[in-house]
Design a protein around this ligand. Sequence first.
Ligand SMILES: *[C@@H]1O[C@H](CO)[C@@H](O)[C@H](O)[C@H]1NC(C)=O
Ligand SMILES: *[C@@H]1O[C@H](CO)[C@@H](O)[C@H](O)[C@H]1NC(C)=O
Ligand SMILES: *[C@@H]1O[C@H](CO)[C@@H](O)[C@H](O)[C@H]1NC(C)=O
Ligand SMILES: *[C@@H]1O[C@H](CO)[C@@H](O)[C@H](O)[C@H]1NC(C)=O
Ligand SMILES: *[C@@H]1O[C@H](CO)[C@@H](O)[C@H](O)[C@H]1NC(C)=O
Ligand SMILES: *[C@@H]1O[C@H](CO)[C@@H](O)[C@H](O)[C@H]1NC(C)=O
Ligand SMILES: CC(=O)N[C@H]1CO[C@H](CO)[C@@H](O)[C@@H]1O
Length: 385
Amino acid sequence: MIGKIIGLSPVLAIIAAVSASGARDGGIYTDGDLSGCGRPANLSSSLPHLLTSSGMVRSYTVHLPANYAATQQYPVLVGYHGHPGIGLFLEVDARLDEFAPDQIVVYPDGVEQGWAGANYSRATVPQDLQFTADLLADLRARYCVDSARVYATGMSNGAGFVDVLACNDTVGGEFAAFAPVAGAYYTNARGPNDGCKPARDLTPILEFHGGADASVHYDGGEGEGGYEPPIADWLSWWAERNGCQTPPEQQDSFNDTVHHQTWTCRGVQGALQHYKVDPMSMSPWDSFHNGHFTDNQCRIIEHDWPSTEPNFSQVAAGDVPTHIQASEIMQAFFRNHTRPSAPGSKGNSSSPEPRSSSGGAHRLDTTKLAVIGAVTGAALVAHLV
Ligand SMILES: *[C@@H]1O[C@H](CO)[C@@H](O)[C@H](O)[C@H]1NC(C)=O
Ligand SMILES: *[C@@H]1O[C@H](CO)[C@@H](O)[C@H](O)[C@H]1NC(C)=O
Ligand SMILES: *[C@@H]1O[C@H](CO)[C@@H](O)[C@H](O)[C@H]1NC(C)=O
Ligand SMILES: *[C@@H]1O[C@H](CO)[C@@H](O)[C@H](O)[C@H]1NC(C)=O
Ligand SMILES: *[C@@H]1O[C@H](CO)[C@@H](O)[C@H](O)[C@H]1NC(C)=O
Ligand SMILES: *[C@@H]1O[C@H](CO)[C@@H](O)[C@H](O)[C@H]1NC(C)=O
Ligand SMILES: CC(=O)N[C@H]1CO[C@H](CO)[C@@H](O)[C@@H]1O
């Protein structure tokens, strides 16, 4: 959750109005579809793509590598925002593009600013799973995708949906690895066999969570959108499903405030990993010099995307940076994992070596910057008054 952010519907209306072209019915995914390869992409456009899924018009924004070449297959990272929010929030918050200059980064928008799984969700689990399948099909028709390297991440409610995906045996199987952050795991919440049916024996997962998260509690309990399991239990269920050796290896760093657990699962080292960031705020207040949050009366929410620089969710939550950069760590994890070919596959996906970035990967046009400014301002006002 990114706090109580107000008045977003006008923002969505503007985005929809300026981009009301390109709606199409979602197609059926065929493994390794390369129909988008060779198709010219509009590198100067950052408008959302629209598609119809389960009878609803859904939207997603795409960030292409700066040097996108239509004949080269690219990995894809799909990032699910927190609630209430839109894809743009995750883009400014986690800056996934900056840490993934050679990937196609996709920011889908949830129905009424949320994802399925919570009791407040407007879309059902089947609807958001189908949207993900339709989105991937649409993406493959537009861009040149390496289907063996499709990854998912998300924040809070969006991270909970990443778990829904990881537990799905069809569309979930299209992803090579999952990296949820501060997840609210409302589904599959009561044990290892509570409806979770991953596509394969090994589902690579990396989870980040604040040890003092005041919104999605590390020790679980009744959360905003339903019951949330203790993170240790949730991890143990993935360890069981993945056939991991227990206990995991643990490395404590930064004066015993960052705890990194690594499991070896079915012979794959690090197939399950966890960072407990405790506390999320580094040297509270005295290391934060931008002049806004120097008094102790600011709440420390600890429900953040771990980042070494001040950023959107931290600022919105009245928090400050921590010691680790989640967006960077998850890239190293993703690089280790490639999706095995599915039966009936057209052949092996070629997995090009990462190309060096030409540096200008982060393009935000002026419309987008204005929207970000307005939204950030609204969020800050909502929090600081
Ligand atoms: C590319 O996108 C920009 C911004 O949306 C638009 O002005 C331009 O007409 C588009 N170009 C093409 C070739 O579609
Ligand atoms: C996986 O998602 C599909 C929709 O894409 C759904 O039909 C199927 O029941 C889901 N499987 C599980 C195990 O939830
Ligand atoms: C959602 O679940 C939480 C936690 O159990 C509960 O407090 C809240 O009242 C529920 N809200 C709805 C709309 O059911
Ligand atoms: C590490 O923690 C100890 C005990 O809390 C404290 O005395 C020490 O100053 C800390 N060191 C650093 C570098 O923060
Ligand atoms: C990647 O895999 C190597 C070899 O198994 C392992 O040593 C390393 O820790 C992994 N890195 C991450 C970030 O998972
Ligand atoms: C896929 O790759 C494997 C290992 O490199 C190889 O043995 C197999 O023949 C390839 N399959 C196809 C269809 O190219
Ligand atoms: C919204 C926001 O605060 N974004 C900032 C995230 O952090 C980077 C690096 O410090 C800034 O450049 C962004 O402005």
